[in-house]
Design a protein around this ligand. Structure first.
Ligand code: GAR
Length: 190
């Protein structure tokens, strides 16, 4: 069985779509959900699927408990789904091409420190873009700069509010993230 570890800091809608997608899969499973936020919505979502959860406070993160835990469990893929902390160089070295992230824009546009969630959509709207989208990429040591695995565009209009843009982008995220995860793990298998 291939193991996925999901790391999330927020509401966890992407985590839930991944949990749902793999819930009946016989060869790939989500084996843990980890968050740095005690009350993250993602914990309630993981409970519905009986997936073990781990909350790491800042102190635990500083003491490298996240790295130690992942070194021990050795997931086949570490999936960031709205995880807002920087991944340590140590983890990146230990899991080469095994840590992926989803970003709510067409990178390299609108990436970098501070660019997450609605912050991205607000600037996309302000700049009058006619298209936005999603990027799934490997995680390297620079924010949003790792090798791109997959992108999908969506048209937006000047009448779209930030919330409309967010909904369009989220629909793409929920449609494609699990598929790409499945593809990556299947390639690795064969
Ligand atoms: C998603 O839109 C994801 O692309 C974004 O956080 C949101 C998490 O939503 N990630 C980033 O902005 C990373 N820079 P969710 O908690 O509902 O899955």
């Amino acid at each position: 069985m291939k193991k996925i570890a999901i790391l999330a800091s927020g509401g966890g809608s992407n985590a839930e779509s991944i949990l749902k997608h793999f819930s009946l899969n016989k060869t790939i499973s989500v084996s843990m959900v980890i968050s740095n936020k005690k009350n993250a919505g993602v914990f309630d979502r993981a409970e519905k699927y009986n997936v073990p959860c781990l909350w790491l406070n800042d102190d635990a993160l500083k003491k490298k408990i996240l790295s130690n835990y992942l070194f021990k469990v050795k997931p086949d893929l570490i999936v960031l789904a709205g995880f807002l902390l920087k991944i340590s160089s140590e983890l990146i070295r230990e899991f080469p091409r095994k840590i992926i992230n989803i970003h709510p824009s067409l990178l390299p546009s609108y990436g970098g420190k501070g660019m997450f969630g609605d912050n991205v959509h607000k600037i996309v709207k302000k700049n009058g873009e006619t298209q936005t989208g999603i990027t799934i990429h490997y995680v390297n040591e620079e924010y949003d700069k790792g090798e791109i695995i997959f992108q999908k565009k969506v048209n937006i209009s000047k009448n779209d509010s930030v919330n409309d843009i967010s909904k369009k982008v989220q629909a793409l995220e929920h449609l494609y993230y699990s598929r790409i995860i499945e593809k990556l793990l299947s390639i690795e298998k064969g």
